[in-house]
Design a protein around this ligand. Sequence first.
Ligand code: CA
Length: 233
Amino acid sequence: MSKGLIVIVEDEADIREVLEYNLERESYNVLTAPDGKQGLELIQKKIPTLVLLDLMLPKLDGLEVCRQLKDDAETASIPIIMVTARGEESDIVMGLDLGADDYIVKPFSPKELLARVKAVIRRRILQGDGLPRQRIERDGVVMDMERHEVKVDQVPVSFTASELKLLYFLASHPGLVFTRDRLLNKVAGRDEFIVDRNIDVHIQAVRKKLGHYRYLIETIRGVGYRFKDEGRT
Ligand code: CA
């Protein structure tokens, strides 16, 4: 039984083949496109379960493909994992800001790729059930949004509203990297009264309050922040 359809948009034939081979072996159906223009058309036609999108592509680059997919209601909710080369941090940030779900940096192992694919699909399924989790427990940290309460090793710690929002947002998307802009939008929204628009300051405050669980919030240099994925070291 197929686990879903994955479209790979990648101009390097050998990478395309490795991706295709590994995904098919895991029972995904795979379609491929060698450039951005064909990729976009294929995705619009097939509405796949997930897209693996190279950023440096002929005809239409990956960021433009991403932008067009997110601008169209028919394709906006298709998860996208960007496939990038080292040193493309600013493109990664732009892609995440546009709404891509995750990214993977070449060269990567098939194992790592499959883990990302599974995590993104699983997360979409979880989000699909509608009810956001009100209570998240991780290591010694318990976040209860209903009660506006965080406990660290069973001791209540006081968080400001924006710190709590930030922590809860990150914790509900473990393993996903968010850029500073996206986090700021989540925390501040259109509220012009947020005193400090520097997200790093809020992150620092949250980490301090998490004490020895501060490792749960990881800095991804040049890109943003991520809540540590369970099981990933
Ligand atoms: Ca490329």
